[in-house]
Ligand binder design. Structure first.
Ligand code: SF4
Ligand code: SF4
Ligand code: FES
Length: 257
């Protein structure tokens, strides 16, 4: 039987243990993936004992508390703190989500926090999303119209506008793409659910004049048809969107012309 091992320098080791110094009776253990490329050391899991009596409700609050009060070297992304910017996406308790909307009370036992899966890691909880952003750029996510746009608004009927529901709300957090096994193995070629949902959003926009060209652009064995409808993406979306359905709709449009 073939045995596959991680390279020695990728093996995750046991890290620092930060014991509570507040004397609180309400302590939770938080295990966090740490890796600093400039250190030359292996990744490790650091454990922090956190006083939960003085911690607001979300996982991001927990991380902020650790960074502000225990270990300022911890690196993670965040901006809006309200589930709008997508920057705090990470893997919590084995599931991708937004740290700013995920209540830590929903996690039983120790709280395990990792970067989004299958991305190269830049540092600690910060995944490298540059490939995903290039793929996003490749679908040209802006309105393309033959009409000369001057100062006039381009009208859209209420019905046409409602077709964008379930697509325009996407915040490009990448929780779906990094939960998709096809994207894990072919992330450089397969566009993945986040980018395909965005492609769909522009294909169905009644104001856009390049529907055909957009469809042709994604009609590719590797860019689109690597989706095997496993549905991990839809289960992972913290905004309750359904990228798997959008991908199926693109396939249907291509099949029916
Ligand atoms: S449905 Fe398609 S995009 Fe979604 S997880 Fe499965 S293979 Fe990936
Ligand atoms: S579909 Fe959902 S999970 Fe995927 S990028 Fe958009 S908001 Fe994030
Ligand atoms: S910080 Fe903006 S979505 Fe979490």
């Amino acid at each position: 039987m073939v045995q596959i091992n991680l390279p020695e320098n990728s093996k995750v080791q046991k890290g620092e243990y930060y014991k509570d110094i507040t004397g609180s009776k309400n302590i939770r253990k938080v295990n966090i993936y740490r890796w600093d490329p400039s250190s030359g050391e292996n990744p490790r899991i650091d454990t922090y004992e956190v006083d939960m009596d003085n911690c607001p409700s979300k996982v991001l609050d927990l991380l902020n508390k650790i960074k502000n009060e225990i270990d300022p070297s911890l690196a993670y992304r965040r901006s809006c703190s309200h589930g709008v910017c997508g920057s705090c996406a990470m893997n919590m308790d084995g599931k991708n989500g937004l740290a700013c909307t995920k209540p830590h009370a929903e996690i039983n036992g120790d709280i395990n926090i990792y970067p989004l899966p299958h991305l190269k890691v830049k540092k600690d909880l910060i995944g490298d999303l540059s490939t995903l952003y290039k793929q996003y750029e490749s679908i040209e996510p802006w309105l393309k119209t033959n009409t000369k746009i001057e100062s006039k608004e381009i009208f859209q009927s209420k019905e046409d506008r409602s077709k964008l529901d379930g697509a325009y709300e996407c915040i490009m957090c990448a929780c779906c793409s990094t939960a998709c096994p096809s994207y894990w193995w072919n992330g450089d070629k397969y566009l993945g659910p986040a980018v395909l949902l965005q492609a769909y959003r522009w294909i169905i926009d009644s104001r856009d004049d390049e529907r055909k060209e957009r469809l042709q652009k994604v009609a590719d064995e590797l860019k689109l048809y690597r989706c095997h409808t496993i549905m991990n993406c839809t289960n992972a979306c913290p905004k309750g969107l359904n990228p798997a359905k959008a991908i199926a709709e693109i396939k249907k449009m291509l099949a029916t012309g």
